[in-house]
Design a binder for this molecule. Structure first.
Ligand code: LMR
Length: 395
């Protein structure tokens, strides 16, 4: 028998953390026995039957991969170069060619955000990250874990349901050269409220004037107005700002959620490219060594095969069409929801208190984020009027 002397625990300083509230909703919904419950929680696209089907283009690419893949040997910390090169025109249009960018494949958009945060923290540890609120609840933690200071500024007023644009621009004006502005490329999460093109233009001018670096979280390209339309703000930034960082995700627009497929793109001045690339690769190597391959290989095959590319674009247009139809039906259902018609993407942030969110869950089996955010794709023709009635009772 060995006797192990008690020593101070390496874990003694840990505090218990609350479970992620958004992911907890999945289990809460699953365990609710009510047959007419409605899931408007986590941001996953659903069709009218409530399913999240694999895109046909993805299935076809997976079959091709299964037949043609000869090896699973390592690719390297930058991942699948063909994936990155194929994605470049989708994201940047004609504002950048692959050679203009430092590009690396990442485990999802979250991996890209975290890598960007580490890169900034390594390059300029005192940079502050200016973040419009509300934002994706995970955003502040990603930057704080990288020891960066987050400056929260108003972006959207939930009660009056309007973009707090003037205050946003005004407060962003206090950012210093070398600071970072986190921007949602399209289909803002959680509000669905994006800046107009002329507002993007003013934001781009301000960032350029003040030497602030835009970091664009592009997780919903193609779910709003179209692939090019949803990248219009980002492409404006590319025209005006010298340094632009993009954290891209294929979760939603390729439906690859659990495959963790994304990319980090950095456009910097040419003389800095080599040093930036070497740091990104070292940070990636020390975080996950090499990204998972499957999802990126699938996206590469789709983008390099004309028929699959066309098929994917058509399927994505179907997703977008369904979301926009649901949005316009819901906005017509109550005067307080009228402004939803101008929003884009999966989400809307409703003018609800946390008590109202609780009541909707308890009394009507409606599951949504505690903030009052709904995932519109959780509705269909049958449940939309039911939800609208339940909402009317609490609005
Ligand atoms: C969401 O906001 O629901 C999605 O981005 C899923 C997630 O990871 O939070």
């Amino acid at each position: 028998m060995y006797h192990i002397e008690p020593t101070p625990s390496v874990f003694a300083g840990l505090q218990r953390q609350a479970p992620d509230p958004l992911l907890s909703l999945i289990a809460l919904y699953r365990d609710d026995p009510r047959p007419d419950k409605i899931d408007l929680g986590v941001g996953v696209y659903r069709d009218a039957e409530g399913a999240t089907p694999v895109f046909a283009a993805v299935k076809a690419a997976e079959l091709a991969l299964l037949h043609n893949q000869k090896t699973k040997a390592y690719l390297g910390p930058e991942g699948d170069i063909g994936f990155l090169e194929g994605l470049t025109p989708v994201v940047f249009g004609d504002t950048a060619r692959p050679d203009d960018l430092v590009s690396v494949q990442t485990p999802g958009g979250t991996g890209a955000l975290r890598l960007a945060a580490e890169l900034v923290a390594t390059g300029r540890p005192r940079s502050r990250v200016w973040m419009g609120t509300p934002s994706w609840p995970i955003h502040p933690g990603i930057f704080e874990k990288a020891r960066l200071e987050v400056r929260a500024i108003p972006y959207f007023d939930q009660v009056s349901q309007v973009l707090d644009y003037d205050r946003y621009l005004n407060e962003l004006g206090a950012a210093q050269p070398g600071d970072v502005a986190l921007l949602h490329g399209a289909c803002h999460n959680p509000t669905g409220a994006d800046p107009s093109f002329s507002q993007w233009s003013e934001i781009a001018d301000l960032l350029q004037r003040r030497g602030v670096v835009p970091l664009v979280d592009l997780a919903y390209q193609g779910l709003g107005a179209g692939l090019d339309e949803d990248a219009a703000g980002l492409r404006l930034l590319m025209e005006r700002c010298e340094t632009v960082i993009v954290a891209q995700s294929c979760d939603k627009n390729f439906g690859l959620y659990r495959e963790r497929t994304g990319a980090l793109f950095v456009r910097t001045r040419p003389s800095q490219q080599t040093v930036v690339r070497s740091n990104i690769l070292q940070l990636a190597r020390c975080a996950w060594s090499m990204p998972p391959d499957h999802g990126a290989a699938v996206v590469r095959i789709i983008l390099e095969t004309e028929s699959l590319d066309l098929g994917w674009r058509a399927e994505l247009a179907g997703v977008r069409g369904r979301l926009n139809a649901l949005r316009s039906d819901l906005s017509a259902s109550a005067p307080q929801l009228q402004s939803l018609g101008d929003r884009r993407g999966l989400f809307a942030l409703l003018p609800l208190t946390s008590g109202a969110v609780e009541a909707l869950r308890a009394n009507h089996g409606v599951y949504m984020a505690g903030s009052g955010r709904i995932n519109l794709a959780g509705l269909n023709e049958a449940t939309l009027p039911v939800f609208a009635n339940a909402l009317a009772a609490v609005l």
